[in-house]
Design a protein. Structure first.
Length: 394
């Protein structure tokens, strides 16, 4: 994967109007040791729980076999021969699209019965060269899958979806045969041409909302869209803890001063050092937005300045599954999390001077050493949110 761009992966879904659960399943995995991203979308036949179970089985196999570097034909054979066949339609019970983005920036795509992906380079559609894989043995002998290889460039986008998108509006006056793949391509192209910097999340939501509108806001099938965007990373610097030696204070100040991106500082001593090195003043805040934490303070050149270890501990506890939480707070920890999740590349500078107060056995057990908490936050950011994390000790 090229270090020149960040790979943003987002998806949006709406289930069938008469179902409680979506029959389409999206999985993604960041193989940290290989600096590799794998993205899978599977569409189970029909809708509801049964479709979800079949799509989950398919997506799980697709993700795991791709991670193991199995050859495309072998992946297709295992998945297809594992899935049951509909006795009426004589077709597989689930479809899938697999996008495998390797560290050199090389993309492998494998599609089975999902609508064809849309690949954009800048504001134009790129037509990759597709190869066919025909299954030879088993109940799916004769079935054909499509595969292609692409080398991405900064600004490229991949958009792929379930047939709930392309078949949306079917039977209406506007789309008697459904929106169709051409309709999807035109919509994506016009959207990106009008908003060249639209992020992956907004683009996926726009596609799903358009399909939902075609179905008069009562989807006749599960609607899913995945958007992948190769773009300039949004960078964040997070400083917490004073340097081990006071002679390193100037180095910390220079690192903050020369960083191009947003900046968070956690900890009173850390803030005092940075304010002194930057020649700025600290203004105390008095607005309590979280009963567990002191209010944020303010420092010129710093986007967010919070208390230290307590705030870090709460960030670590709130971060898992944060996007799925219905009620989100407005306190310092929530503000930190929003900035973390709005960033792509996060650099932690961790001071290693020991604060004796944090070693007091009478303090709550969750008041962990700063380094341990930051490592836990970094692991969640990498594994759950696919962020690129750099940790530097000083």
């Amino acid at each position: 994967m090229s270090e020149d761009f960040y790979i943003e992966v987002k998806y949006s879904q709406k289930q069938h109007h008469d179902a409680r659960i979506c029959g389409d399943v999206f999985f993604s995995r960041h193989q940290l040791e290989e600096n590799r991203v794998i993205v899978v979308l599977s569409d189970g036949m029909g809708h509801g729980v049964k479709a979800n179970v079949l799509a989950t089985l398919t997506a799980t196999m697709a993700l795991n076999f791709t991670a193991e570097h199995k050859e495309s034909r072998r992946i297709a054979e295992i998945i297809m021969n594992t899935l049951p066949v509909c006795s009426i339609r004589h077709t597989s019970y689930a479809t899938f699209t697999i996008i495998d983005i390797e560290k050199q920036g090389f993309i492998k795509v494998l599609e089975f019965d999902n609508p064809g992906m849309v690949y954009l380079r800048s504001v134009e559609i790129l037509e990759p060269e597709w190869d066919e894989i025909e299954l030879i043995d088993g109940p799916h002998a004769g079935k054909k899958l499509r595969t292609c290889n692409i080398t991405p460039e900064k600004g490229d986008r991949i958009i792929f979806c379930s047939d709930g998108v392309t078949q949306s509006g079917m039977g209406t006056d506007a789309y008697p045969f459904g929106w169709g793949e051409e309709g999807l391509r035109d919509f994506v192209l016009k959207t990106v041409q009008s908003e060249p910097d639209i992020d992956a999340d907004k683009l996926a939501i726009r596609v799903v909302n358009a399909a939902n509108k075609h179905d008069e806001y009562m989807p006749h099938d599960d609607i899913s869209c995945v958007s992948v965007y190769f773009r300039e990373p949004r960078k964040l610097l997070y400083c917490t803890g004073p340097p081990y030696e006071e002679s390193k204070d100037h180095e910390l100040g220079e690192a903050v001063k020369n960083f191009h991106g947003r900046k968070i500082v956690s900890g009173a001593t850390t803030g005092d050092i940075i304010a002194r090195e930057l020649g700025v003043e600290i203004q105390d805040g008095f607005e309590f937005t979280d009963d567990d934490l002191p209010p944020v303070s303010y420092m010129e050149g710093i986007d967010l300045y919070t208390e230290g270890i307590l705030t870090l501990g709460k960030v670590a506890s709130l971060l898992p599954g944060y996007l799925n939480k219905v009620r989100k707070g407005k306190g310092p920890a929530d503000q930190v999390i929003r900035m973390l999740l709005d960033s792509d590349e996060i650099t932690f500078i961790i001071g290693t001077r020991v604060n004796v107060a944090h070693q007091d056995p009478n303090l709550p057990v969750e008041l962990e050493i700063r380094r341990t908490v930051v490592k836990r936050i970094a692991s969640i950011l990498e594994k759950e949110y696919l962020k690129r994390v750099i940790i530097r000790y000083i």
